[in-house]
Design a protein around this ligand. Structure first.
Ligand SMILES: [Fe+2]
Length: 365
């Protein structure tokens, strides 16, 4: 089964059993929400199907078997079919699933409409922000077609692609979106991106219909990191502030630089906390792969103050606490940063999937 077919079935809420047969360690790293794990990988590879026989599968419900790349799952699906079960294998496995996505609508008072577009297999969050006949895309992480279809459904035209920073965990699709549609590409002012773009400085605005995004320079996660304030009551925080934590300050940095960035992050977060406390924070990642539940990954600033302990600390304690809790760096981040700075990754997306595979690790929690 192609990932798009599985995506559509999950979005429609159709009953199916997602059977994850990867080794335990891979399952622990990331998984499809709602999937069921069976310790069968080595056995199935050796064509011993007894662990599958032992499963109690609901009658008449299709089974989709998942592994890392789609080979072992195909053996398992063949076997289940030989037993009369409607079984499929997820083509390309979790590697391909990295590109699957789902949606959540963000409710805001007023006329601006926001759709949160989530890479379900990865946790990258991007946004379509529409006002009247215009729309902006923030942190595009999927192919242009996805955003085009969404904008069309809202009766809007995409007029700009905006990134919050140079990403380290996935390939930005902002440049591709901008080139495909012939629309401006907005990036925070930086000396990293080696391709034409419109540089945004603190306070700059991008108009969208009757509203706008206003750049709030928030260095820390990276030096150029910028949040975008929507006056209608939301802020796009990229990897500066998440619903469960704050941005990691250490990628591509020496120890001293990570410390300096953690200090900058402290002051950036103070600036965010100066916004009205009911401002809705719309982050660049979720901690867990977003489910097909239509529930936005979002929280108000006041909810985050109550939830995230780092936000209550004074500067020196904040810096120590953040540096002490940075997770291991995401795999391949040097190469991803290199490609995002060059903006020149070409055509074959499938060849780049290995680079992006795996969970997000941009947050310190
Ligand atoms: Fe990031």
């Amino acid at each position: 089964m192609h990932r798009e077919e599985l995506r559509a079935r999950l979005e429609r809420g159709e009953p199916l059993v997602l059977l994850d047969i990867r080794p335990r360690e891979e399952r622990a790293e990331w998984a499809i929400p709602g999937s069921r794990w069976v310790d069968a990988y080595d056995a199935v590879k050796a064509e011993d199907f007894r662990p599958l026989d032992a499963l109690d599968l609901p009658a008449g419900v299709p089974v989709v078997v998942v592994c890392a790349a789609g080979k072992t799952s195909a053996l398992a699906a063949d076997y289940l079919r030989s037993r009369g079960i409607e079984a499929h294998s997820l083509e390309g496995g979790m590697r391909a699933w990295s590109l699957a996505w789902n949606l959540a609508e963000i409710e805001l008072p007023g006329a601006v409409r926001i759709v949160q577009v989530r890479r379900a297999g990865k946790g990258c969050l991007s946004y379509l922000v529409a006002s009247g006949a215009e729309a902006l895309v923030v942190d595009a992480a999927l192919e242009p077609e996805v955003y085009l279809a969404l904008a069309e459904a809202l009766g809007a035209q995409i007029t700009g692609a905006v990134d919050t920073h140079v990403h380290a965990d996935h390939l930005s699709r902002a440049r591709r979106l901008s080139a495909t549609l012939g629309i401006p590409l907005y990036l925070p002012a930086n000396d990293r991106a080696q391709y034409p773009h419109q540089a945004l400085s603190d306070g700059d605005r991008i108009q969208v219909g009757a509203s706008w995004l206003q750049a709030l320079h928030t260095p820390g996660h990276t030096w150029e990191s910028t949040c975008y304030v929507l006056p209608d009551g939301a802020v796009f925080t990229g990897d500066t502030l998440f619903t469960e934590g704050v941005g990691r300050p250490d990628l591509e940095a020496t120890g001293d630089e990570a410390r300096a960035r953690a200090g900058a992050l402290y002051h950036s977060l103070r600036r965010l906390l100066d916004l009205p406390s009911d401002t809705l924070v719309l982050p660049g990642h979720s901690a867990e792969p977003p489910d097909f539940d239509g529930r936005p990954v979002a929280a108000t600033l006041s909810e985050l103050v109550a939830r995230i302990e780092f936000l209550a600390l004074a500067e020196a304690a904040f810096v120590e606490a953040v540096l002490a809790r940075v997770p291991p760096p995401p795999p391949n981040h040097h190469r991803i940063v290199e490609l995002n700075e060059a903006g020149s990754w070409a055509g074959d997306l499938d060849a780049l999937l290995d680079l992006e595979a795996g969970a997000n690790r941009c947050a310190v929690r």
